[in-house]
Design a protein around this ligand. Structure first.
Ligand SMILES: NC(=O)CC[C@H](N)C(=O)O
Length: 354
């Protein structure tokens, strides 16, 4: 099977295809995690993106459903140096996702680091000729920017789902913008009932569930597109405790009147160092984001609680008086370190400040 990766700047890389025979478009991003290809591929925050792994060998330990972070692969395509198992090939075929291997991923990573993320096309087919490649390059150039695509509706639950627990300690209403399953598990394991609702559930419907706190989930795309969700959060501030993860952190900042911006190539990996500004403690975190909160845009009553030690960007915010905090990194890990799992206990403790 042939495969070609076409970048909007005209860079063309030919390799070997695996997974599904088809063409896809999306923003090409890289992640530096050294394990966890199943969790990465099934993370709904990668919707609209073609994911490249910087680690060169992928597939080594097979594929297991237990590692899924949603009901299937959500990334648009997969770019790797070398696939080492049939299981990974079959996994992409099962979910109709194309993959390319045998290309110089180090060169591509450096390019993205210098120039930023790029719109790309990945095509896998029996034979791909040069005329077709030229046509695809034209299509890539005309393809919509990620900020102009509604991705959250494609990955959010359509109906509310109740995740019941024994010995219930708290009830969370989870606004699902494309939630990773381990966020739900991390709460239910702590005896917190989770009511997962569609991203566009109105604030009064959310309050009808009588939550102890509301959690705004991670999710794909540009947070600034989600005007209705931001408006709902505005109406919840001061009424109920609120917390958020990744996209949820960005949406909270926007609801407070702050701003977000697109980063050059984002943070995607399993070893991003963040510092808690209150305690000076440093944690190694799992991350996957391409947008960030503008520190200077935050109002006086909201403070930065965590910063990234590589580039000093905002990694968490907190209201000075109200029971509201959120983080840009992923305490649920999957893939990545578990250092900040304790934040789920902090979320549940918000109940006491209702
Ligand atoms: N993992 C996430 O929630 C990602 C948030 C947002 N889509 C970003 O890329 O910044």
């Amino acid at each position: 099977m042939e495969a070609v990766l076409i970048l909007e700047d005209g860079t063309i890389l030919k390799g070997k295809g695996f997974g599904a025979e088809k063409e896809v478009f999306g923003e090409l991003v890289f992640t530096t995690v050294m394990t966890g290809y199943v969790e990465v591929l099934t993370d709904p925050s990668y919707k609209g993106q073609i994911v490249m792994m910087t680690y060169p060998l992928e597939g080594n330990y097979g594929v297991k459903r237990d590692w899924f972070e949603s009901d299937g692969i959500k990334a648009e395509g997969f770019v790797v140096r070398e696939v080492t198992s049939k299981a990974l090939d079959d996994f992409l075929k099962e979910y109709d996702i194309p993959g390319i291997q045998d290309i110089d991923t180090r060169f591509l990573t450096r390019k993205i680091r210098d120039k930023g993320v790029v719109k790309s096309c990945l095509k896998v087919g029996e034979k791909i000729d040069d005329d077709e490649i030229s046509e695809l390059l034209e299509k890539v150039r005309k393809y919509k920017d990620i900020s102009d695509i509604d991705l959250v509706p494609l990955v959010s639950t359509k109906e509310p789902k109740i995740h019941k627990v024994d010995n219930k300690k708290a009830r969370c209403v989870l606004v699902d913008c494309g939630v990773k399953l381990n966020i739900i598990r991390s709460l239910t394991q702590r005896n917190c009932e989770v009511i997962q609702v569609p991203y566009n559930t109105s604030y009064d419907e959310i309050l009808d569930y009588k939550p102890d706190f509301v959690l705004i989930s991670n999710g794909p795309g540009d947070p600034a597109r989600l005007k209705d969700v931001i408006n709902n959060i505005k109406n919840l501030i001061g009424v109920v405790p609120i917390t958020g993860i990744c996209l949820g952190n960005q949406l909270l900042a926007l609801a407070f009147g702050g701003e977000t911006y697109k980063m050059k190539f984002g943070h995607r990996g399993g070893n991003q160092p963040v510092k808690n500004l209150e305690t000076d403690k440093v944690y190694i975190t799992s991350q996957n984001h391409g947008f960030a909160v503008k520190e200077e845009s935050l109002p006086d009553d909201v403070e930065v609680s965590f910063i990234n030690l590589n580039d000093m960007t905002v990694e968490g915010i907190k209201h000075k008086d109200l029971p509201i905090f959120s983080v840009q990194f992923h305490p649920e890990a999957r893939p990545g370190p578990h250092d900040t799992m304790f934040l789920f206990d902090e979320m549940i403790k918000l109940k006491d400040r209702k």
